[in-house]
Design a protein around this ligand. Structure first.
Ligand SMILES: NC(=O)c1ccc[n+]([C@@H]2O[C@H](COP(=O)([O-])OP(=O)(O)OC[C@H]3O[C@@H](n4cnc5c(N)ncnc54)[C@H](O)[C@@H]3O)[C@@H](O)[C@H]2O)c1
Ligand SMILES: O=c1ccn([C@@H]2O[C@H](COP(=O)(O)OP(=O)(O)O[C@H]3O[C@H](CO)[C@H](O)[C@H](O)[C@H]3O)[C@@H](O)[C@H]2O)c(=O)[nH]1
Length: 334
């Protein structure tokens, strides 16, 4: 009789596992007893983001996934992508090449290696300007930028792969991901996301936070977004892995179903840090919808997902802990 060896723990490939969200999910997968290989080309990620205990392969999904995958893998969690909305408008070709062609080649490699389970990072950006709030998965998809268009194209590609070749797939459409977990947090360069930028302004690493647009039809004139804690988001990935069924492509929004304005986020950061946060105002940022709030009922019913950290101050506090830890590691970094 064979004793259950660690080698029998399910083996998973995490593409983009040196990035913000992939590193948190990789850490959680390890904690829950998976064997994890991270495949990342470090184009926007960091070697230090790969959690201890994960095998690391440096390379591009396009050519390296096929070399790494074999039938010993139970699943792939696919985070590797470019995700800056503004850059996708100025350099759309980068986004089609990386996000769409990369996923096409990944699906080929999975088929070749008989790895038939996938969890994909989709985005609320596929919906564009919503017709009504909250946004259910059945809402019209009309992305307003190439980033959202590439993610929608991949969602279509995965649906067809599931129908034609029996892939078991779940796409998770994240709203605004925030916070940090177990020492892994948001560290984009350049940073474009609101919460890390507000915290940089609190630390004096930036002169001020610029509020983009104060004339939106919202309670205080600034944009409304649905923020979700990265640890809650990560837990949904583990549930999705278990839920994926052969031949089916399940698509679930991930958000808390509650929106906060940009001003409310800055106020939360002032509360959490106890610091004054200098702010300036500018015009609207191109392509920003006024309000995005998730209808996330499907994640509850289909995945059994229950977000445990819906409180905005908790997300900002965890992001603040991470921002300060980065500061301690590199006190002179700007
Ligand atoms: N951060 C958010 O709020 C948010 C919201 C919705 C969706 N998403 C999606 O979630 C995923 C992760 O986002 P993130 O914020 O962690 O981004 P990130 O930039 O921190 O992580 C992406 C990782 O993928 C790697 N990568 C990119 N292209 C690659 C390639 N071709 N081959 C190998 N590695 C590659 C990068 O080096 C990086 O480590 C992305 O697919 C993104 O589109 C993020
Ligand atoms: O310096 C800044 C940065 C942002 N904002 C505002 O803060 C809000 C949030 O902006 P982020 O850049 O943090 O996030 P986005 O809503 O633009 O986009 C994020 O959420 C989207 C879905 O909601 C997509 O998933 C996308 O991938 C992801 O980056 C927006 O109203 C934006 O205009 C500012 O006022 N000042």
């Amino acid at each position: 009789m064979t004793v259950s060896e660690p080698a029998e723990r399910p083996r998973v490939l995490v593409t983009g596992g040196a990035g913000y969200i992939g590193s948190v999910v990789a850490a959680l997968l390890l904690e829950s007893g998976h064997r994890v290989t991270v495949l990342d080309d470090l184009s926007t990620g960091h070697r230090a983001g790969v959690p201890q205990g994960a095998e690391f392969v440096e390379g591009r999904v396009h050519d390296t996934a096929a070399k790494v995958l074999d039938p010993s893998y139970a699943a792939v969690l696919h985070f590797a992508a470019f995700s800056q909305v503004g850059e996708s408008v100025t350099h759309p070709e980068k986004y089609w090449a990386n996000n769409v062609i990369g996923t096409h080649l990944l699906l080929e490699a999975m088929r070749e290696a008989a790895v038939r389970r996938l969890v994909f990072s989709s985005t609320a950006a596929v919906y564009g300007e919503p017709e009504a709030l909250p946004i259910p998965e059945s809402a019209r998809t009309a992305p307003t930028n190439p980033y959202g268009a590439t993610k929608l194209a991949v969602d279509h590609m995965i649906s067809a792969e599931a129908a034609a070749h029996g892939l078991a797939a779940v796409s998770l459409r994240y709203f605004n991901v925030a916070g940090a977990y177990h020492g892994f947090g948001e560290r984009h360069e350049p940073e474009s996301h609101l919460i890390p930028l507000v915290l940089k302004a609190a630390l004096g690493e930036r002169p001020a936070i610029t509020v983009f647009g104060t004339d939106y039809p919202t309670s205080d004139g600034t944009c409304v977004r649905d923020y979700i804690h990265v640890a809650d988001l990560a837990e949904a990935h583990l549930l999705a892995l278990g839920r994926a069924r052969a031949g089916e492509h399940l698509i679930c929004n991930l958000g808390n179903g509650r929106g906060f304005t940009v001003r409310e986020v800055i106020d939360a950061a002032a509360r959490v840090t106890g610091l004054e946060i200098p702010r300036t105002q500018a015009g609207r940022r191109a392509g920003d919808p006024a309000a995005l709030v998730a209808g996330a009922e499907r994640a509850r019913t289909e995945l059994g997902w229950r977000p445990a950290r819906p409180d905005l101050d908790t997300m900002v506090r965890d992001a603040w802990g991470f921002a300060k830890s980065l500061r301690e590691q590199a006190p002179h970094a700007s």
